[in-house]
Design a protein. Structure first.
Length: 425
């Protein structure tokens, strides 16, 4: 509704969350449509939503201390989370503003009789801020599920695999707002032209290079206007994506003139990078089972000038195949802020079955002598190494050319797994 404030939008998004509904990023995007917020208000709304979801475990621990662990109405709990997040994690919002706005929201949402309770909880924590901050910090050692705000089962499996210290690094990484990275689109520009234009558009940026990207390809955008408003964006000079997502395309190593099948291709980051590596010479068949996502891929291809891409479901045979499989997202939890709360242990088994089926079907369309790359943004062995090992057992004609796991605490990028499988002639 017109005239709404960022906190009102934030609380409505938080109240819509559910284990089987849309991800919070999509909920927020939908709610922001039609709201002429300033960039600052838009950023505040996003910070409130993402921050509350990211720190849900710690926020619920704070609420439990003042309520004796009693269950709260979900909307009332979301209000308390919103207020407490502002008090403990957002330094720029004055205490009186955080309390007043939260109490007023409680009244507008029909919790007038409990507005005093909300006020009392928030003001009590203002008085107890220093000791409470120490307790929150100590929880990271004594109760990391609450202290780092992650599911306990996920922490336990990571600790068994990497140890407590590296797991703590990963948990801290997941709780950091992610940087924005841009990949130069050499189909439309070169690095010199792009960086000069960015300077003219008022961006602050820094080049980032990795062993799988090389120099002058990836840039971290430190400060920038809304990206969609930039001429350099509209003209398709760059694409926003984490450096980790480029590894799969590099391992596939497409050459001009080859035919490539890109499964699960939307929204098109890897697809358009493949076209870039091929210099638009050859053929890329891009598929996705969600029509609205496929439409977004087509829009990105048009903007970036990836003219060798066609969207097709027709079967065929290809020199190269990329299988970027749907997964648990455990390597990108800092970007998919509510994924940590949605994934359950049994989901890993279900996902791995689907990944194995997808990989086996893709193999039927690979030409002899061709290469198929399997990739996920998961850190879990059930979705990565075990899927590949099972595939090789069931398809003995294939050879494993190599595999690699990118780990946030090692490479400083989102988590990703990539395996290259070759079918000899």
């Amino acid at each position: 509704m017109a005239g709404e404030k960022p906190r009102e939008i934030a609380i409505r998004v938080l109240r819509q969350r559910g284990p089987s509904g849309d991800y919070v990023e999509k909920l927020l995007e939908r709610e922001l449509i039609g709201h002429p917020f300033s960039p600052a208000d838009r950023a505040l709304c996003q910070e409130l939503v993402y921050g509350v979801v990211r720190w849900q475990g710690a926020l619920d621990w704070l609420i439990g201390r003042k309520t004796g662990g009693r269950a709260q109405n979900p909307s009332l709990r979301a209000l308390l989370q919103l207020g407490l997040y502002q008090l403990f994690w957002l330094q720029r919002i004055p205490d009186h503003a955080a309390v007043h706005e939260t109490v007023e929201l409680a009244k507008r949402l029909g919790f007038g009789s409990q507005a005093g309770f909300v006020n009392a909880v928030l003001r009590a924590y203002i008085r107890e801020r220093a000791p409470t901050k120490k307790m929150l910090e100590s929880l990271k050692s004594t109760d990391p599920a609450a202290g780092y705000s992650h599911p306990g089962w996920l922490i336990e499996r990571w600790q068994a695999r990497w140890g407590a210290a590296r797991t703590a690094q990963l948990l801290a990484w997941n709780n950091q707002p992610p940087p924005t990275y841009a990949r130069l689109n050499t189909l439309n520009a070169d690095a010199a032209r792009l960086t000069t234009r960015w300077q003219e558009e008022g961006l602050e940026f820094e080049e980032r290079a990795y062993d799988w990207t090389g120099p002058r390809l990836v840039f971290e955008l430190r400060r920038h206007p809304p990206l969609a408003s930039l001429g350099s964006f509209q003209d398709g000079w760059f694409y926003v994506q984490d450096p980790s997502t480029l590894l799969a395309a590099q391992q596939l190593n497409p050459q001009p003139g080859q035919s490539v099948l890109d499964l699960c291709a939307a929204p098109g980051g890897k697809t358009t990078y493949l076209a870039q590596l091929m210099g638009n010479r050859g053929r890329i068949a891009a598929r996705d089972n969600q029509p609205e996502r496929l439409q977004r891929l087509e829009e990105n291809c048009r903007r970036l000038g990836a003219t060798c891409v066609e969207t097709t479901a027709a079967p065929g045979t290809f020199d190269l195949i990329l299988v970027d499989a749907p997964c648990s997202n455990t390597g990108v939890l800092r970007r998919r802020v509510d994924a940590r709360w949605r994934i359950q242990p049994q989901e890993l088994t279900r996902l791995s079955r689907g990944q194995s089926t997808l990989l086996a079907k893709a193999a039927l369309e690979l030409k002899p002598g061709g290469t198929m790359v399997y990739s996920t943004c998961s850190l879990e062995t059930e979705e990565n190494e075990q899927v590949v090992r099972q595939f090789l057992e069931e398809h003995p004609a294939f050879e494993l050319e190599g595999e690699r796991q990118l780990l946030p605490f090692a490479e400083g990028v989102d988590g990703a797994y990539v395996a290259a499988l070759r079918l000899p002639t």
